[in-house]
Design a protein around this ligand. Structure first.
Ligand SMILES: NC(=O)c1ccc[n+]([C@@H]2O[C@H](COP(=O)([O-])OP(=O)(O)OC[C@H]3O[C@@H](n4cnc5c(N)ncnc54)[C@H](O)[C@@H]3O)[C@@H](O)[C@H]2O)c1
Length: 277
């Protein structure tokens, strides 16, 4: 079903060196072909930058019609313009009616949807004792609530086409007990329960629901905001594998789960963390 051809030539040592100089390591798509994805409608939330953008690029390379929504208009327009069949919808996902309208627009533009990737999040650091009810609600409004309502928007169209695949993005941050992320980590841990309960709810409709759990992924934002010498040392100590995880590594797993390669896989978590957790 798949024809995996390794084309990436970037060595682990090169990847580490690039990350240390403040750049995001570049790793090519592996060249795997997922025949069942060709021509499918795919929606990615928060797809304008970071891991989401790599997921958008991955599906576009499979011949999918990819719709993605984000609040970053400049990045979203630039990404859509660089790809053959990609549709960007400006949307702040904390506004649920706006999210519902954006999902309906994208589904119409794609002519249906077979895959939803619930990727949007915000991992800004916060001190536990400084969290106010307003801040708590705002974090949940980006890290949990949109996943629920974006999913609600696709199940009708997925049922109509006889099934589909939903992939939720979790995080190892809560498994690794990362400091300064209490609300974010609580919301990311909820991806596990959301995944498992929906898998049961939707399985009889042929809709599979899985969760991809990334380790520390070297996006531009991570390199610019959080990567420092202590972080480098932590990755050296805690990862089993040398090298750095990049968005393409997450996109590979997401595509495997969205495609017929995962035909009988649902309600599961797949950790991509170089062996950290
Ligand atoms: N980068 C990592 O190390 C890492 C680790 C574990 C899990 N994850 C998970 O992977 C996913 C992607 O992570 P990332 O690092 O690429 O995130 P990111 O913060 O770099 O990008 C998220 C995207 O969502 C968009 N966005 C943020 N708030 C929005 C809003 N209110 N409305 C619309 N769009 C909004 C941003 O503009 C951005 O394009 C997330 O679910 C994250 O929790 C990331």
């Amino acid at each position: 079903m798949t024809d995996a051809v390794e084309t990436g030539s970037t060595s682990a040592a090169q990847v580490i060196a690039e990350a240390r100089h403040g750049h995001v390591p570049q790793v090519e798509l592996a060249g795997a072909r997922f025949n069942s994805l060709n021509g499918q409608g795919v929606i990615v939330t928060g797809g304008a930058s970071g891991i989401g953008a790599d997921i958008v690029r991955g599906f576009a390379a499979q011949g999918c019609a990819v719709g993605f929504l984000d609040r970053d208009e400049a990045a979203g327009k630039a990404l859509a313009a660089s790809l053959p069949n990609a549709h960007f919808q400006l949307c702040d996902v904390t506004d649920v009616p706006a999210l519902q309208a954006a999902m309906a627009t994208l589904i119409a533009r794609l002519g249906g949807v077979g895959v939803l990737v619930n990727n949007v999040a915000n991992d800004d650091r916060h001190a536990f004792e400084a969290v106010t009810p307003e801040f708590f609600d705002e974090r949940i409004a980006v890290n949990l609530r949109p996943h629920f309502f974006a999913t609600q928007a696709v199940i009708g169209p997925m049922r109509e086409r006889g099934g589909g695949a939903i992939v939720n993005l979790g995080s190892v941050s809560w498994k690794n007990k990362t400091l300064g992320l209490s609300v974010y980590a609580t919301a990311k841990s909820a991806m596990s329960g959301f995944t498992r309960s929906l898998a049961r709810e939707l399985g009889r409709d042929g809709i599979r629901v899985n969760c991809v759990v990334p380790g520390w992924v070297m996006t531009q934002r991570q390199v610019d905001l959080w990567l420092d010498a202590a972080g480098e040392a932590e990755m050296e100590r805690s990862q089993c594998l040398r090298g750095r995880i990049v968005g393409t590594d997450i996109a590979h797993m997401v595509m495997f789960l969205a495609a017929d390669t995962a035909r009988m896989i649902t309600a599961q978590e797949f950790v991509v963390d170089a062996g950290w957790s």
